[in-house]
Design a protein around this ligand. Structure first.
Ligand SMILES: Cc1cc2nc3c(=O)[nH]c(=O)nc-3n(C[C@H](O)[C@H](O)[C@H](O)COP(=O)(O)OP(=O)(O)OC[C@H]3O[C@@H](n4cnc5c(N)ncnc54)[C@H](O)[C@@H]3O)c2cc1C
Length: 381
């Protein structure tokens, strides 16, 4: 049972259901199993339906949704297919720094084309030596005249293999004690010096691809910098605060699907002459799944509401992301146990795919350990 904390949510749920029945359900299994290449035609369908750029500001061609509506969109898309939710979430993550920290010219140039799906944006922070320790940027931008010359590599970048622009975080100098001064730069990927590769054999979320980016003497105008020199790390962390609520919503969608599938299956599967739903062992698993799911949903919408009201929400976003992603792990695991053989083999049910899709929710946009650090730092500061 979906609980609507706010009347605006039902309209979003209905809109996604209609889209899912026509465009997601017929293709999601094929998208999961095909060669890992960015699904351009499918992305265009999402964009044409207004599901890309849903939360981007109206004045720049976006859908202008509230935070609550956007989080509902991601929850619902992930209910039907988690990587489809991710396809819609990544452009919002990538565009946020332009909207929040960019100048008017940058906003007008990039946001409308990303909202319409004409340009695919990426958020490029992570490097081999800068994962959880995201400030340790080794990609370097040096200034020559009125240009940046950029050298380095980014890894694990969602849509990095297909993007037309990327918000690139890179070292622009040092701020002492060996810690880099970081700037955020909008790069266009059709220029010399930019190369991108698809990372293969990803466990889950396969319809939304992940890439590695190489920059070799890549040049762009210094006017491509976002906001102030040296503030890039702060911009990245500000962006991730909001994005973590989105990951919590992905987890709520996955958890709800695992629960619904389990309820349905346990009523139809007969063992020892009766549906397994009659067994207390199964009932307890379902009760625990639903209880954790509702707690995660409440935490997720609380964080989104704080964000919408303009209040501080960094700790609540980390708590929601931590709890909801681990809740989804619990739910897909119990769903697998309830479905047993019919869960483990993908041709019988969606559980095998849910199990693979869920795992990264505890890793990206800050691992569970990093969320615990953010929460503890907020309380102990
Ligand atoms: C599919 C996928 C998509 C991604 N998309 C993007 C993207 O679009 N853009 C982007 O910039 N990045 C992206 N990432 C990167 C992601 O955010 C990082 O993988 C994540 O932050 C962890 O970094 P790491 O993998 O280098 O692990 P590490 O930082 O090497 O961590 C290894 C382990 O050590 C633990 N650890 C590290 N430091 C601490 C600490 N101080 N205290 C306690 N434990 C610690 C971690 O929790 C983890 O368990 C993506 C990753 C994946 C897998």
């Amino acid at each position: 049972m979906r609980y609507n904390a706010d009347p605006r949510q039902q309209a979003v749920r209905d809109r996604v259901k209609e889209f899912a029945e026509k465009e997601i359900i017929p293709v999601y299994q094929e998208l999961d199993r095909r060669e890992e290449t960015f699904p351009r035609e499918y992305y265009k369908k999402l964009a044409d339906a207004g599901l890309i750029g849903f939360a981007m500001p109206k004045e720049y061609g976006g859908g202008g949704s509230s935070d609550i509506e956007y989080i509902t969109l991601i929850e619902e898309l992930c209910y039907y297919d988690a990587p489809t939710g991710l396809l819609a979430a990544v452009p919002e993550l990538a565009i946020f720094p332009i909207y929040a920290y960019g100048n008017e010219e940058q906003k007008k140039k990039y946001i409308p084309k990303c909202a319409s799906g004409e340009l695919i944006p990426a958020f490029a922070l992570t490097e081999r030596e800068a994962g959880s320790d995201a400030a340790n940027q080794q990609t370097v931008a040096i200034i020559e005249g009125d240009e940046f010359v950029i050298n380095g590599e980014k890894i694990f970048i969602m849509h990095g293999d297909a993007c037309d622009i990327a918000i690139l975080f890179c070292r622009i100098g040092d701020q002492g004690e060996g810690r880099p001064k970081v700037s955020a730069i909008i790069i266009e990927t059709d220029k010399p010096g930019f190369k991108a590769f698809t990372l293969k054999h990803k466990m889950g979320m396969r319809a939304a691809t992940t890439g590695r980016i190489e920059l070799k003497d890549y040049r762009c105008s210094v006017s491509q910098q976002l906001g102030e020199t040296g503030k890039g790390f702060r911009y990245a962390m500000g962006t991730l605060d909001g994005a973590r609520i989105g990951v919590a919503a992905q987890a709520v969608g996955v958890g709800q699907r695992a629960l619904d599938e389990s309820v349905k299956y346990s009523k139809s599967r007969i063992a020892f002459g009766a549906p397994i739903a009659k067994l207390q062992a199964i009932q307890w698993m379902i009760a625990d799944m639903s209880t954790r799911l509702e707690a995660a949903r409440a935490m997720t919408y609380k964080a989104a509401l704080l964000q919408e009201k303009g209040e501080r929400f960094s700790m609540e976003a980390a708590q929601a992301k931590l709890f909801a992603s681990e809740m989804a792990g619990f739910c897909v695991d119990r769903a697998m146990q309830i479905h047993s053989g019919y869960g483990y083999i993908g041709e019988f049910s969606v559980i095998e795919k849910l199990y693979r899709d869920q795992r990264v929710l505890e890793i990206y946009e800050g691992t569970s350990e990093v969320q615990r650090l953010v929460i503890a730092n907020s309380l102990l500061r």
